[in-house]
Design a protein around this ligand. Structure first.
Ligand code: HEC
Length: 102
């Protein structure tokens, strides 16, 4: 009986962890942040490249490197550390990865 409870708790824990806003298959947070803050320069398909914004479909940057650029900015790319929370930055960085190869 106790063991069953343990597994039930474990499964609930895993579901909650995966359902978190910054991860999983559907990244609604990332998509919303992108629409609000990034689409203007990067475009809905990630390729707009306004003001020299990089094309996300060909960008070789890893998730961590993207988080770095978004947080601290680079050249004409703005820094978002004071605008977005770390979760929002991570979610939107993941979202930019979904353009890859499109
Ligand atoms: C004002 C226009 C502008 C906005 C808004 C903007 N970017 Fe950028 N972004 C740029 C430019 C320009 C670069 C290229 C910077 C450089 O040349 O170093 C860039 C580069 C990047 C890169 C690095 C890509 C690479 O391959 O080097 C990432 C990741 C990125 N932006 C993500 C975002 C995200 C996420 C947002 C929204 C939170 C955002 N950007 C909003 C202009 C913008």
């Amino acid at each position: 009986m106790k063991i069953k409870m343990f597994f039930a708790a474990l499964i609930i824990g895993v579901v909650v962890a995966c359902g978190g806003s910054a991860g999983g298959e559907s990244n609604e947070l990332g998509a919303n942040v992108f629409k609000t803050h990034c689409q203007l320069c990067h475009g809905a398909d990630g390729k707009l490249g306004l003001n020299g914004a990089k094309d996300f479909t060909t960008s070789p940057l890893s998730l961590d490197e993207r988080i770095q650029v978004i947080t601290k900015g680079r050249n004409t790319m703005l820094a978002y550390e004071n605008t977005l929370s770390p979760e929002e930055i991570k979610a939107v960085a993941k979202y930019t990865l979904t353009f890859k190869g499109k």
